[in-house]
Design a protein. Structure first.
Length: 89
């Protein structure tokens, strides 16, 4: 059972590798709207929920990667400007 879940997760990650944050977020919002409407059959709801969970994880990973790339300008000990990774709390 765990092997199936890992294989499915890997396949989903491959499916989303080329998807931008904005496209993934738009698709996730569409899925949420469909699920909240209540007009979707059970099996389709489950598939949509699984896709939504994958999209959420993809968006979170994209955001983490963006945060790691952001730097802030600080004044170094010698008074010259320097860059250091931004910290998000």
């Amino acid at each position: 059972m765990a092997k199936q879940a890992a294989a499915k997760e890997a396949a989903t990650a491959e499916d989303l590798s080329g998807v931008s944050f904005e496209a993934a977020l738009a698709e996730l919002e569409d899925i949420i709207q469909k699920l909240e409407s209540g007009g979707v059959e059970l099996e389709k709801s489950i598939a949509l929920y699984e896709r939504g969970a994958s999209l959420k994880a993809h968006c979170e990973a994209k955001l983490r990667a963006a945060e790691e790339r952001i730097e802030k300008i600080v004044k170094a000990g010698d008074g010259k400007p320097a860059a250091e990774p931004a910290r998000f709390e």
